[in-house]
Design a binder for this molecule. Structure first.
Ligand code: GLN
Length: 492
């Protein structure tokens, strides 16, 4: 079979179950594609062919013995922020270039337990700080829809790999949009779950009160399969919630679009940087949902202007604390010939961290420093609470809230935006993390340059099933999610 990469996760599961192909054939197929096509896409930091084939063979053996479960033998690739025992985990940073974790992240361990086959580790902005994946020590990943453009970030490698059919699905993480924005830029479906739904154990920390892992795939259905693996309580993550996990696949048809009340925040559609094509595609998708029976309700989200400043205080503050552990002693990179301990700390960190990471450590340290703590950090926390309350009030009258995932389509590589210009591009995604809510991106068309546009739907706490279900209904009635970039049509 030459087109195994065209199959959905459900089709892969069925094909393996019916012995139409083996996990080894499927895995070899993907490895061949990676070897040929990833030269241009550059989505993988590390490919693990030997491990993948060994896991594939084990999956095939297990299946013959009657022990297979639904995803046994299906390949996956992980964002390089999830620790993988025995395989390098870099978080896109020079400082972790030689880091091999002694243990697996819970998400990775759950994947293995479900029988998933690891193809490798995917590129990302250094420590998940960025929106283009250009902030990676390993170089820029390209957007499969147009190789001169970025795939978004920070989970840009995950998005590009799936969009180029170099992995059937992938893990990502989202601290301020890093699943939804690259999914939007690459024409994919990506879900940022409720804070606490997916374990953060072994997921290298950026901003711990905002970080959340989630699935990136071609469709809501594919995401549902991966959510069934990723979600759940974990005693090793004290912020992970101990509450019933849905069967996201079984629930895909549970929410009807008929009668669904979709909130349209006035403030979101008046943002000055919102590109016309993006606005038009998002509005068309909302019209489609309306035709399918949804009611569009105009709502107010008054705190919109505070999203960017609040996030860009809290996230760097937490990052400056989390990143203290990279000191040249315990992990990773150490400078040459330090004269004393202070020199070792200073030079290891100056040489090991990239510019954006250093900028955020400085901002965060400043915001937390004795004289400024109340004025910046404490104030930001209070505003954060107001942002959350704004959403809770909105959810009294609507079921979900619609927004673009990003104000523009994918930037050109090397566009060289100033940090503030870049941060303003996160306007539609940050509040969801500040409030701890779940949200999903769905592809809804293209701009005039044939770059994908995404619709974001934000749900109330624990409404992952509902979000996946609504997007699934939309995807039954439209075909944006089935369109492929030209490079994905290439055969290896
Ligand atoms: N783009 C945002 C940032 O640079 C969000 C990143 C993320 O979600 N990890 O911080």
């Amino acid at each position: 079979m030459t087109d195994l990469h065209r199959l959905s996760i459900r089709e892969l599961s069925e094909g393996l179950a019916n012995a139409q192909f083996s996990s080894r054939e499927l895995t070899e197929h993907y490895l061949k594609r990676i070897a040929k096509i990833d030269v241009q896409v550059k989505s993988y930091v590390t490919v693990t062919p030997e491990l993948a084939l060994a896991e594939a063979d084990a999956a095939d053996t297990l299946r013959k013995a009657g022990g297979a479960s639904v995803l046994t033998g299906v390949p996956i690739a992980h964002k390089d922020i999830f620790c993988t025992q025995g395989i390098k985990t870099t978080a896109g940073s020079k400082i972790l270039d030689n880091f091999i974790s002694p243990y697996d992240a819970t998400v990775v361990a759950k994947g293995k337990a479900a029988g998933l086959v690891t193809l490798g580790k995917l590129n990302m902005d250094e420590f998940a700080m960025g929106s283009t994946s250009e902030n990676s020590y390993y170089g820029a990943t390209t957007n499969p829809w147009n190789l001169d453009h970025v795939p978004g970030g920070s989970s840009g490698g995950s998005a590009a790999a799936v969009a180029a059919d170099l992995a059937p699905f992938a893990t990502g993480t989202d601290t301020g949009g890093s699943i939804r924005q690259p999914a939007s830029f690459c024409g994919l479906t990506g879900l940022k779950p409720t804070y606490g739904r997916v374990s953060r154990f072994g997921m290298i920390a950026y901003a711990s009160s905002l970080d959340q892992g989630g699935p990136m795939a071609r469709s809501a259905e594919d995401c549902a399969y991966l959510m069934n693996v990723m979600a759940g309580h974990d005693a090793k993550d004290s912020t992970s919630m101990n509450q019933v996990v849905d069967n996201y696949v079984a629930n895909l048809n549970d929410t009807s679009v008929k009668g669904l009340r979709i909130g349209i925040p006035k403030q979101y559609f008046n943002v000055s940087g919102l590109a016309e094509d993006v606005k038009a595609r998002v509005e068309e998708s909302l019209k489609k949902l309306e035709d399918m029976g949804a009611t569009l309700v105009e709502i107010d989200l008054n705190m919109t202007e505070s999203y960017v400043p609040t996030y860009y205080l809290i996230a760097p503050a937490e990052a400056s604390s989390n990143l203290q552990r990279f000191d040249g002693v315990r992990y990773g990179y150490r400078c040459e010939n330090p004269v004393d301990l202070m020199d070792l700390y200073k030079r290891s960190r100056s040489e090991g961290f990239g510019a954006e990471v250093q900028r955020r450590i400085l901002i965060g340290t400043y915001a937390l420093s004795a004289g400024y703590y109340d004025a910046y950090y404490v104030k930001a926390q209070k505003v954060r609470r107001l942002i959350q309350q704004d959403f809770l009030k909105a959810f009294e009258s609507v079921d979900v809230i619609a927004a673009p995932s990003a104000p523009t389509t994918a930037y050109k590589i090397g566009a060289d935006l100033t940090p503030v210009e870049m941060y303003l591009g996160d306007i539609y995604t940050l509040a969801v993390n500040l409030a701890g809510l779940p949200a999903i991106n769905a592809p809804v068309g293209f701009d005039q340059n044939n770059l994908p546009v995404g619709l974001q739907l934000i749900g109330n706490y624990w409404s992952e099933s509902q979000l996946l279900s609504v997007v699934h209904q939309y995807q039954q009635a439209t075909d944006w999610h089935t369109q492929r970039a030209a490079i994905a049509e290439e055969n290896a």
